[in-house]
Design a protein around this ligand. Structure first.
Ligand code: HEM
Length: 157
């Protein structure tokens, strides 16, 4: 077992936990909260769960990025970014950048507290928007996983 294989295993482990969490928030947490009677305890709980997941996701995003760039280095694959048949590599980096922006900039500085927004009386609209945004992000991420596995196993080359 060489370093590249270990980096690949770490890359996939971080992505499984990270995207599993995104799927849980999108498909279970937000719909459940939206269907509930909007008691303040539920908002509080929603907030706690989201914030806790965001801090786990931050670590996983870093690990996925480090292991990914390490693999590029090991494979000596930087020139792939100049070739269209490696579009799945661009897609991975774009999705990763989107999460870096969301978790390190947008969430902590602009929408830190979903629950507070909700309690301020914009509840329905905001959670609707939250669900839409999460659904789009989840769909793009799943497509990325799908095409990356195909790409890494030579389907596009
Ligand atoms: C900075 C961000 C990222 C970098 C630099 C990166 C880099 C890489 C590299 C170099 C490979 C191996 C390609 C090969 O074997 O030819 C790989 C595989 C893979 N990556 Fe990423 N990646 C990043 C982010 C992501 C993200 C965000 C996802 C998921 C949404 C993802 C999912 C995968 C998958 C599923 C594989 C295929 C593993 C396999 O089947 O062997 N990566 N990545």
């Amino acid at each position: 077992m060489n370093e590249l294989t270990i980096a690949r295993a770490i890359h996939i482990l971080s992505i499984v936990i990270w995207m599993g969490g995104v799927a849980f928030v999108t498909l279970v947490l937000i719909p459940t909260i939206r269907r509930s009677s909007f008691m303040s305890d539920e908002f509080y709980l929603f907030n706690l769960i989201e914030n806790r997941f965001a801090s786990i996701a931050r670590t996983l995003v870093l690990i996925a990025g480090l292991s990914g760039f390490y693999m590029i280095h090991q494979l000596n694959a930087w020139n792939r970014f100049w070739e269209i048949r490696y579009f799945w590599m661009h897609t991975m980096v774009l999705i990763w950048l989107m999460f870096v922006l969301a978790l390190f900039l947008i969430e902590p500085f602009f929408i830190k507290d979903h629950g507070r927004i909700v309690k301020d009386g914009h509840n329905f609209v905001n959670l609707q928007k939250t669900q839409l945004v999460h659904s789009i992000i989840l769909t793009l991420s799943l497509i990325t996983i799908f095409i990356s596995v195909l790409g890494a196993h030579g389907v596009f080359t």
